[in-house]
Ligand binder design. Structure first.
Ligand SMILES: Nc1ncnc2c1ncn2[C@@H]1O[C@H](COP(=O)(O)OP(=O)(O)OP(=O)(O)O)[C@@H](O)[C@H]1O
Ligand SMILES: [Mg+2]
Length: 306
């Protein structure tokens, strides 16, 4: 594994007497998609703002591509893109002008090809010459994403990029995020759509009240915390479960037509399937369900909270 693209060490942030970040250590790996999750007020935007150099940490250091975000601000700012959570831009320019001006800030000339690629990916081509104030809410957010991309940053921070974006566009954005990753861009995203994190992320971090509860591969989080449920449709309804199945924790549902059973993370349904066969029960159909990242997230937060 190469050097981390972003390295956060001992970062604290206090606003007056309030501690928003309580000493964070975090490494973002080159080329990954990292989902930073957490409830409202957890500190996600505060952390991103510190990494992007928009806010000063009360203690600790942050490095982007090996350079300190405070002492080497110009360098680190040039190599990262930020899509802020709050929509704020000049409404008097057209979409194209807004993108060109943003590129200008970074001393980048926006080629026609690159402009069209960005407009196409964000489905804004038809709005190219429209004033930003005449865009819908979702379109404004897409324009923000476009602005964060004009200088082809190596690290892209997306702070709730798809809030208010419709379902189809959201999926289109997901595809584009993957395309960017395919080109080597490292992506850090926050989202309250856990489905988005489940879809996109290689690793997830859960932040709660200024502390990281967990930083882990997404697949590992699901393997470790997601309970599974098996439902077997029986050919003949049962009045009572055979004892071996009962002792495995199986239940009868749907008037005895369905046998259901939970498995803890890491546990297999092998013994239950063997007990089903040994009991001579004819099974018509079997369905298994795994907890989604959303359920795992809620369970983990609940467990950590008093
Ligand atoms: N400028 C500020 N002054 C005082 N408190 C602040 C300031 N900015 C943020 N906070 C507080 O810090 C905490 C973390 O805020 P932050 O915006 O980082 O949360 P978040 O995880 O991004 O939440 P959300 O999911 O709602 O966007 C909150 O309690 C917030 O009220
Ligand atoms: Mg936020």
């Amino acid at each position: 594994m190469g050097d981390p693209v972003v390295s956060v060490r001992g970062v604290e942030k206090r606003f007056g007497g309030f501690t928003a970040l309580a000493g964070l250590d975090l490494d973002i790996r080159a080329g990954e998609i990292f989902a930073l999750l957490g409830p409202n007020g957890a500190g996600k935007t505060t952390l991103i703002s510190i990494v992007a150099g928009l806010l000063r940490a009360s203690a600790g250091t942050v490095r982007v591509l090996g350079r300190d975000v405070v002492t080497d601000y110009r360098y680190t700012r040039r190599h990262l893109g930020l899509v802020p959570q709050e929509i704020n831009f000049d409404p008097f320019f057209t979409v194209e002008e807004a993108l060109r001006i943003q590129a200008g800030y970074f001393g980048v000339r926006l080629s026609e090809e690159r402009l069209e690629e960005i407009l196409g990916a964000l489905d804004l081509a038809a709005k190219r010459h429209v004033n930003a104030r005449a865009l819908s809410g979702g379109m404004k957010r897409r324009l923000l994403i476009g602005k964060a991309l004009v200088h082809a940053p190596e690290v892209l921070f997306l702070d709730e990029p798809t809030a208010g974006v419709d379902v189809e566009l959201r999926q289109q954005l997901w595809r584009y995020v993957r395309t960017l990753q395919g080109r080597g861009t490292t992506i850090v995203l926050t989202t309250h759509y856990l489905e988005e994190a489940e879809e996109l992320a290689d690793r997830v971090g859960i932040l709660d009240r200024g502390r990281l509860l967990l930083v882990e591969d997404k697949a590992e989080v699901l393997r470790r915390y997601a309970r599974k449920t098996l439902r077997a449709a029986l050919a003949t309804p049962l009045a009572e479960l055979p004892a071996p199945l009962r002792s495995l924790g199986a239940r009868l549902e749907d008037g005895g037509r369905v046998l259901s059973l939970d498995a803890e993370p890491g546990e297999s349904f092998g013994p239950a399937l063997a007990a089903l066969a040994a009991a001579g029960l004819a099974v018509q159909d079997v369905e298994t369900q795994r907890m989604r990242l959303e359920d795992v997230f809620v369970t983990l937060l609940r467990g950590e909270r008093p």
